[in-house]
Design a protein around this ligand. Sequence first.
Ligand SMILES: C[S@@+](CC[C@H](N)C(=O)[O-])C[C@H]1O[C@@H](n2cnc3c(N)ncnc32)[C@H](O)[C@@H]1O
Length: 286
Amino acid sequence: MSDKQLAIRERAAMSDQASQESTYTMGYSDDFQQLLDRRSVHTAAAHLLPHLKPGLRVLDFGCGPGTISVGLAQAIDPGELHGIDMEASQIDLARAAAQAGGHTNATFHVGDITDLPFDDDSFDAAHCHAVLMHVPDTQAALAEIKRVLKPGGIVASRESSISSSFLHPGEEESVHAWTTFARLLAGNGGHPEMGRELKTHLMDAGFSNIQASGSFDYFGATEDVAFFHGFINDWFFSPKVTAAIVQFGLASQQQLDDWRARIDEWKANPGAVGAIAFGEAIAYKP
Ligand SMILES: C[S@@+](CC[C@H](N)C(=O)[O-])C[C@H]1O[C@@H](n2cnc3c(N)ncnc32)[C@H](O)[C@@H]1O
């Protein structure tokens, strides 16, 4: 990682501390960032890629650090890619990623996806990944996306379904931790089952020709299991997240300590696998 990227990450972590009151569950710490760093357009937007071609104007809303945005920019080059996120530190990271990759067709903006700074009917496609699950008013967000899409434009989303995610072996124990995470998300105004609800929400928002599908982010190889174990330890069991869980009465410290010991057992099992379940959908503005 370059000095510039390190400096941006430090600022992001400080901003995360400053936003303790934020209702965005995941926060902007390095611990969460390590999960986003593994994503690419191929792993996260395979359902959209066949519909992209050079010259299109595409929006990546809730773009975060831009790890997916840069792949979208490459797919539509010399078309314009616009990324938007409410968090300035994420936009700094996205700009740095685009600059490092030489994606001069990518522009990033700080802003809210329910109030987009773009003209009506101005994008060929609008993409998001793991964003609608965090936005309290789904229909307000989709109405705004529909406004900026051209007629015939395509919207694409991939969102988690927490109740279909798992660690194996040890499902019976870990299901309580997944449920607690889902309740924390919902308590912050999010939607832990957005992945499976996408088709319904897109229909309600007036999109047509909706194609829904599903996939997993799968942790099968030993090094992937080690990564996911480290991520769960660093993020889910971080003082900030566990304090929120205990404060909201979602679990006791004793339960958290017990779950933490169980995931160490899970990692040590040679048969260990884990998965985050996602629902995806693409749809068209009539
Ligand atoms: C889980 S991250 C996903 C980032 C990226 N799409 C990815 O998958 O790597 C969700 C992002 O949505 C952004 N976000 C949430 N609500 C938003 C809103 N109302 N307006 C703009 N960005 C929002 C957060 O700041 C965060 O960067």
